[in-house]
Structure formats: structure tokens, C-alpha cells
Ligand binder design. Structure first.
Ligand code: ME8
Length: 525
């Protein structure tokens, strides 16, 4: 059995509809999950919604509805977005599920059993927008003498009875973790930021609230507990292990949340602290295995500007997908943005990228080659043919691109992976121009046969390799090419070539263009 691979996105606050930043995270994670499945790994890929907390409570009250009703409505839009974007999650978790409440209470009890929870009184700053506590020294000055969180969100002075988690106790264990596992936090810039924060000393963390009740109840045993709900981040982070079977299914836990397991969290740069300080500390306290890596991706900006409701530049991912195509959007986001950096999107940029790479380079290559075979050779490749060193050279090039693609995807670098793939697409286009199979038809049919067979195989491999990025289009192309499902796996990435001639089922249907050329509308300029 292959080694399990556990991959998660952050779970989104369903206090509004999903935006393109949510779509970006889902798409990047999906490409990684699909890639690992293709490599034969036993993948568990989870995403979902983070439904408790003050932000949800306040948004719902402002709309005159119950938080549960808000969560039910909005969570469905996130699921709808995932399905529309072809996100291959194995589990869509909602933190309001009973199984998740059980898991959160179980980790609480484990932390308590370890002596890490105590009752006290919280007095300090809280940002509802970030659902985060801040030290006085972290705040920045806003307009009119107001104080703001380091993220620029409003903070309010909060005084409440609260349970505390002994985070201070974990300062050294956390620093030891970062030293022992240098890849625990990626990219490096975020690692440095977190190390400085932890080196600066950790205060104990307030982990329960009493001023509202929309959350997971703190488990009983103490008289005062009944009125406490957990701080939303305690339950939110626990979602990852709920999906892995905690606490009811130890067998599943042993598979997907094991010591030394390949467990990767994909999150945005604004929530790295929660995932690399609080979360490993909770897990250490509860004596549970730690994830292998937390990757903090960058933010997506609209034409270089931060998206905000008040500016009115929050893009609806479903509209973008409808306008440009799901795979065009996926391809754009993954190729254009270096994973870990911020990126910018605009209609021109999406159209430019989709037209140049997908329509003109790859689509055209496939279209030219396959329609030639379909029209002139009745959809079947003749056997034999006169080979030339150029054929082997192209094969080597495409095989090398498969290996480079795999290495980059394995290292969470989709834009580099796509670059390697694109180089091989260019090599095929150079080959087709140099070999000019349509001219060979009359002058040297034997040579034409070998050229077409080489191209057919190269295009097949390129389509197989790129499946994690543009799954629907790659599948449609492979279907048209008559490549059987069992030939679409890692063998192509490892450099194997599918031999259509030895397959009796080989039939090529007349190809349909996969990537229509997109035009910029006047309003989009
Ligand atoms: O933070 N570009 O939820 P969320 C790219 N519930 N990514 C972005 C982005 C942008 N413009 N805006 C947000 C939460 N994100 C918590 C997470 S996990 C246990 C709990 C990313 O809905 C953001 O960084 O505010 C996060 O990873 C994800 O979208 C959900 O953000």
C-alpha cells in the first residue's frame, strides 16, 4: 500500500460568499492532491467551512438571522464553488457537525489532562474580523487615535472570564520543532517571521469565551464551564483531525494522521501564526502527531489592489469561471502566481495566458496533429515508419519535462511545474514545424508515419502530465485520443510512452477544439 498523503486547505468563514482568494487556495490544493493521487498515493484531501465564533454570530445577528442559518446558507456556496471548480476533495467538513464537536471536546480534554488549561480572566485586545487576540505591543495606530491590529482590522478591549492554554510552556518545544524540521513552515520568509515571534516570548492564550454561545461547548466537570464556548480557533484547527477520525476511529487516525506522516496544510499568509504556533502547541499538549508542513501562500490582488467589499472589486470565482472557463482560470492562477508570493489577476492577464499557452500552443498542437490523423488516416496510426534521431530527442525532452513537472509539484511549486510542461509543448511545436508531416504525406509516407506516432505519443504524455492542473480539458483530450483510463497514471510522468499501435481499441475521434480563443470585452479593458 502506498504511503498516505493528507492535504488540507484552510476552512473558510462562511460569513459571506466565497471570493477568488478562496478559489485560489482550493485550486492550488486540488492540483497538489490530484498530482499525488496520480503518483499512486493514498490521498485524503479535506476542505470545508469554519462556522463558529463571534464574526459569524455578529454577521448573522446583523442580518436578523441565527448563525446556524447563515452558516447553512453560506457553506452551501463554498461547496458549490468547489464543485464548479472541479475540486476533488474527499471530505467537505463543516465545524457545526456533531462529529467535529466531539473531536474538539476530546482535544480539549486531552489538553486539560496534560495540565495545560486553567481558568482565569482575560483582559486585552480582540479583533473580531481576525478572530484573534493581540498584545498591546503588536497594535498599530489607526485614524483618529484608534488602535488597529497588525492586519489593520479594528480591535476592541475585552474583559471576560476565560480558560487559558499554557502556550508559554511551549515556547522552547516550538523553537526545537522549527530547528528540527526546517520545512515545517514554508516559504522561508514566513518561517523567519514566526521564529522571531516565538523567540520574543509567548503569553498564555485565552481559549474560551462567555459573551456569546455560538461555538463548541467547553466540556463539563466544572461548575462554571457550562457558559463557556471554545475560542473559535481551537475548534477550527481541530477540523483537520476530525476528518482523520479523531477521536472515534483510531485506525483511520493511524492512516491519515500518523507520526511522521505526509500531512500538509495549505493556508494563506494571514493565518500562519495560528497554524505554526497554536496548532502544534495544542497537538503537543494533547500528545498527538504533528503535521509535516504548513505552507502559507500569498494573497491574490485585483489588478494589484487588495480586494475589499467597500472598493467593490471582490471577484466572484464562479463568474470568472463562467467567463473564461474553469480550466483557463485554474491554469492562469497556477501558472501566473509563484506559490508563496502574492499575485494579481485581471481579465487581460487571464485571457493572455489562456490564449498563448492553452489555445495557441498546446491546443493548436493537439488540434493540428489529431485532425491530420483523423482526416487523412481514418483515425488510425499506420504501423512502422522510418525513424529519425529527432524523434528520440523529442521523446527525451517530453520525458524530462514529466520528471521536472513531478519534482516541482512534489515540492509545491505548481508554476515551475507548468513551466517545465510548457517547454515541452514548445519543443513539440518546433518538431512539428521542422518535420512538416503534411508535406511528407506525398514525399515520404513512411517518415510521416513515424512523425505522427511520435507526436501522438508526445501529446498523450503532455495531456497526462497536465491532468492535475486542467483536469477536465486533459480528460477530454485523452478521451478523443482513445487513451485507455489505465494508461493515464504515473507511468507517463516516469517517461513511459503509450503505444497506441499495440492497442486494438485505438480509435481517434475527430478532435474538437478544447480551448476556444478568448476575446477581451470592451468593458474589461
Ligand atoms: O481565515 N488571496 O477563513 P477565511 C488568497 N476560517 N488567499 C486568501 C485571500 C486572498 N485575497 N483572502 C483570504 C479563515 N485568503 C479561517 C481559517 S483554518 C483552521 C481557519 C485565504 O475565510 C486565507 O488566507 O478568512 C485562508 O487561508 C483562506 O483563504 C480562508 O480565509
Amino acid at each position: 500500500m502506498s504511503k498516505p498523503f493528507t492535504l488540507t486547505t484552510a476552512i473558510s468563514y462562511p460569513n459571506g460568499r466565497p471570493h477568488i482568494g478562496h478559489a485560489y487556495e482550493a485550486i492550488a490544493s486540488d492540483a497538489i492532491a490530484r498530482f499525488q493521487r496520480m503518483m499512486g498515493r493514498d490521498v485524503f484531501f479535506q476542505t470545508g467551512t469554519d462556522e463558529h465564533g463571534l464574526k459569524m454570530d455578529q454577521t448573522a445577528r446583523a442580518r436578523g438571522i441565527e448563525p446556524r442559518a447563515l452558516a447553512d446558507e453560506m457553506s452551501s456556496y463554498f461547496k458549490e464553488m468547489d464543485d464548479a471548480l472541479n475540486i476533488s476533495y474527499d471530505r467537505f467538513i463543516r465545524t457545526s457537525e456533531p462529529a467535529h464537536h466531539r473531536a474538539s471536546q476530546a482535544i480539549w480534554q486531552a489538553m486539560e489532562a496534560n495540565g495545560d488549561l486553567y481558568l482565569g480572566r482575560y483582559e486585552g485586545w480582540y479583533s473580531v474580523r481576525d478572530e484573534a487576540f493581540y498584545d498591546e505591543k503588536e497594535l498599530i495606530d489607526g485614524e483618529g487615535g484608534t488602535r488597529l491590529s497588525p492586519q489593520g482590522t479594528p480591535v476592541e478591549w475585552t474583559v471576560e472570564e476565560s480558560w487559558f492554554f499554557r502556550l508559554s510552556k511551549y515556547q522552547q518545544p516550538l523553537l526545537d520543532l522549527y530547528a528540527a524540521q526546517p520545512d515545517f513552515i514554508r516559504p522561508d520568509s514566513r518561517r523567519n517571521e514566526i521564529m522571531r515571534f516565538v523567540e520574543g516570548g509567548l503569553s498564555d492564550l485565552s481559549v474560551s469565551r462567555t459573551s456569546f454561545d455560538w461555538g463548541v461547548k467547553v466540556p463539563g466537570g466544572h461548575e462554571s464551564d457550562t457558559s463557556h464556548v471554545m475560542y473559535v480557533w481551537v475548534d477550527a484547527l481541530t477540523n483537520y483531525i476530525t476528518g482523520c477520525g479523531y477521536p472515534d476511529d483510531p485506525e483511520r487516525m493511524a492512516r491519515y494522521w500518523a507520526e511522521g506522516g505526509d500531512i500538509i496544510h495549505i493556508i494563506g499568509k494571514d493565518i500562519v501564526r495560528f497554524h505554526t504556533v497554536y496548532w502544534p502547541a495544542f497537538l503537543m499538549s494533547a500528545k498527538l502527531p504533528l503535521p509535516k508542513q504548513v505552507f502559507g501562500h500569498g494573497f491574490l490582488l485585483n489588478r494589484g489592489e487588495k480586494m475589499s467589499k467597500s472598493v467593490g472589486n471582490v471577484a466572484d470565482p464562479l463568474e470568472l469561471a463562467e467567463r473564461f472557463g474553469v480550466d483557463q482560470l485554474r491554469y492562469f492562477l497556477l501558472s501566473e502566481v509563484t506559490f508563496g508570493n502574492d499575485g494579481s489577476y485581471s481579465a487581460e492577464a487571464i485571457i493572455g495566458r489562456a490564449n498563448s499557452d492553452l489555445a495557441n500552443s498546446f491546443g493548436n498542437l493537439a488540434q493540428r496533429t489529431l485532425s491530420f490523423i483523423a482526416k487523412n488516416l481514418d483515425g488510425a496510426l499506420p504501423a512502422g515508419g522510418a525513424s529519425d534521431p529527432a524523434d528520440a530527442e523529442l521523446r527525451d525532452f517530453v520525458s524530462g519535462a514529466g520528471a521536472d513537472f513531478a519534482a516541482a509539484m512534489g515540492d509545491l511549486a505548481p508554476s515551475q511545474a507548468i513551466e517545465a510542461w510548457m517547454k515541452a509543448v514548445f519543443a513539440c511545436n518546433a518538431y512539428i514545424d521542422a518535420q512538416a508531416p503534411w508535406a511528407l504525406r506525398k514525399t515520404d509516407p513512411d517518415r510521416m508515419t513515424a512523425v505522427l506516432a511520435t507526436l501522438y505519443q508526445a501529446i498523450g504524455n503532455l495531456a497526462i502530465i497536465i491532468q492535475p492542473v486542467i483536469p477536465a480539458s486533459a480528460t477530454a483530450l485523452l478521451d478523443q485520443m482513445g487513451l485507455p483510463a489505465d494508461a493515464r497514471g504515473r507511468a507517463a510522468i516516469d517517461g513511459a510512452w503509450y503505444d497506441a499501435l499495440s492497442s486494438s481499441s485505438f480509435i481517434l475521434s475527430p478532435p474538437k477544439p478544447l480551448f476556444p480563443r478568448l476575446e477581451l470585452a470592451e468593458s474589461e479593458g
